[in-house]
Design a protein. Structure first.
Length: 560
């Protein structure tokens, strides 16, 4: 899920200094000696890729991370046992190969030799085992990893080049699971005594084994500088450094791309895509992605602590159905996305597994304001003189919130509020700081309707896990508070289903349950919209991973 916070003016001078891929990282000290002059000259010759983005990582600690920007950095800085390739297959990273025992309970990983941390120390099998057992034994601390190690019993070292993972039951998607278990530097994480201490550690001096290492991070100016890891075990990037800088608005970011101050935008706003496509020496890319954007309905159980603060009408299934019926998803795609996406139905995007996991049997409700009015009328919600429906003391007046960092959401909220007003529901749009909205949705359950989105994993497991009861804890993934024992049971069942067709049936059933219960009304599946300066760099790899994936950036090279 993308969370975008913004700041631009404080580093406007840096933007103007970054006019080409050969630009040096800005220096704050004067050059007064031959040695300093030599260093400055070398810096000027360094190949630097400048990336503009609308957000900033909330943390570099994989134990407790929520924002898309954090995971972007994780992929650059850390390594995992396996990773998804550009073609969608899983290949070894820290592991050269793996296999599983006949009973499906013991996984053996052969490790890649001669891997080093960014500080020069060797990575050991013991350190990988320490990481895995930390994830397994402390799920309250390593919340982000808890779902990926579900069913794991322990990890153990066989020898310096081999480890094993023992599982409680056969795991249907092991390579996918370990591809999200980022291996961190143990000395930085061993001293925490409570889950809260671990989660509050931002690790903004992160040490990893990935293809890029953290050179500097300025949280105030929201600039991150990465340097190529010249000792990376799987080749070297053809650029020297990457500078990520946050912009206070999309217009400023797009203008910076147009004039050549930055080289790449990882998230082009839909409203600007047509204009960016027409820029000289800029290539704009639109590809079907894995993201969903949904309207979250507060579904926290009544006995949740703290007590849910929501409009009581949202507890009525007929009100939820009426809301779904009153939203024209195709119009949202046409107006908000400018056609760069398709209307949403299920929590699983149709791109997962080439459509294998997407339940195509689900028939979405049709947009019909008359029908939505009829549903509410029959449910006992009568129209008042002020145009707002009420049933007893339950008045259908509610908050319609969205994160303030998302350029598409103000217009989305405006359109939804207008439709709902026509059926007697007063929904007041409100932009909210993303960090505050995270807390409001989980654990506080203090909201009514929220527009937000997810970037789905390549396997359906993650998106399914978001709506399980166990994830509605502080630091968990759930933002709806949805709790359904049958859904929870099926979630565990699909994890154990080794036969893909058997698992598909379970996954399809889970999608049907969520569609009917409506903790989410999925609005759309958006395309990946990115752009880069075609006169500065070449070699970007276009795939569902994005042209800013670590694999793509390792392939990029300058044109001048």
């Amino acid at each position: 899920m993308s969370r975008i916070l913004v700041l631009f003016l404080l580093f406007a001078a840096i933007v103007s200094a970054c006019a080409s891929p050969q630009t040096a990282v800005p220096q704050t000290t004067s050059v007064t000696s031959p040695q300093a002059a030599t260093q400055a000259s070398a810096a000027q010759e360094a190949v630097t890729l400048h990336v503009g983005w609308p957000g900033f990582p909330d943390t570099l600690n994989p134990a407790y991370a929520f924002l898309t920007e954090s995971y972007t950095m994780f992929d650059y800085i850390y390594s995992t046992l396996a990773t998804e390739s550009q073609s969608g297959e899983y290949v070894g990273l820290l592991a050269e190969s793996w296999d599983v025992s006949e009973d499906g309970l013991t996984w053996t990983f052969k490790l890649r030799p001669n891997v080093r941390w960014h500080n020069g120390e060797p990575l050991t099998a013991d350190q990988i085992v320490w990481n895995l057992n930390a994830f397994i034994q402390n799920p309250d601390g390593w919340v982000t990893n808890s779902g990926y190690v579900a069913g794991f019993v322990e990890a153990r070292k066989v020898d310096e080049n081999t480890i094993e993972i023992q599982t409680e039951y056969p795991i249907s998607n092991m390579a996918y699971r370990v591809s999200f278990l980022y291996i961190v530097y143990p000395p930085d994480f061993e001293g925490f005594k409570t889950p809260e201490e671990l989660q509050n550690f931002t690790n903004f001096n992160a040490i990893g084994t990935g293809p890029f290492k953290l050179a500097s991070l300025d949280k105030d100016q929201r600039i991150i500088v990465l340097e190529t890891n010249r000792e990376y075990f799987d080749g070297q990037a053809k650029i020297d450094r990457v500078i990520y800088q946050t912009f206070d608005n999309s217009d400023a970011m797009i203008q910076a791309l147009k004039v050549g101050d930055i080289d790449l935008i990882g998230e082009v706003p839909d409203s600007a895509f047509a204009a960016v496509s027409a820029f000289e020496n800029v290539k704009a890319i639109s590809l079907p992605g894995r993201s969903i954007t949904e309207l979250i309905i507060n579904s926290a159980p009544p006995d949740h602590e703290p007590t849910p603060n929501r409009n009581k009408g949202l507890e009525d299934a007929q009100v939820r159905l009426a809301i779904a019926t009153a939203i024209d998803k195709q119009d949202l795609v046409d107006v908000v996305l400018q056609g760069n996406g398709i209307p949403g139905v299920s929590i699983i995007p149709p791109t997962l597994g080439g459509g294998f996991w997407f339940n195509s049997d689900i028939q979405d409700v049709k947009f019909d304001l008359d029908e939505a009015n009829r549903i509410l009328e029959e449910a006992g919600y009568l129209m008042g003189s002020d145009g707002v429906r009420a049933k007893g003391d339950v008045r259908l007046e509610m908050r319609l919130q969205y994160p303030s960092d998302q350029p598409n959401y103000p217009r989305t909220a405006e359109m939804i509020a207008n439709w709902l007003a026509q059926v007697g529901i007063k929904a007041t749009p409100e932009a909210v700081d993303p960090d505050s909205l995270v807390v409001a949705t989980n654990p506080n359950a203090d909201y009514d309707l929220v527009i937000w989105g997810w970037g789905a994993d390549p396997d359906p497991d993650f998106m399914l896990s978001v709506l399980t009861s166990e994830q509605y804890v502080e630091g968990g993934w759930s933002d709806s508070g949805y709790s359904n024992p049958e859904y929870d049971r099926l979630y565990l069942e699909q994890q154990k289903a080794i036969d893909p067709k058997e698992r598909q049936k379970i996954v399809w059933k889970m999608q049907e349950i969520v569609f009917n219960d409506r903790p989410y009304i999925v609005l759309w599946y958006g395309n990946i919209l990115q752009a880069y300066r075609s006169d500065h760099f070449t070699g970007f790899i276009e795939s569902v991973l994005g042209i800013d994936s670590f694999q793509s950036l390792m392939n990029v090279e300058p044109l001048r």
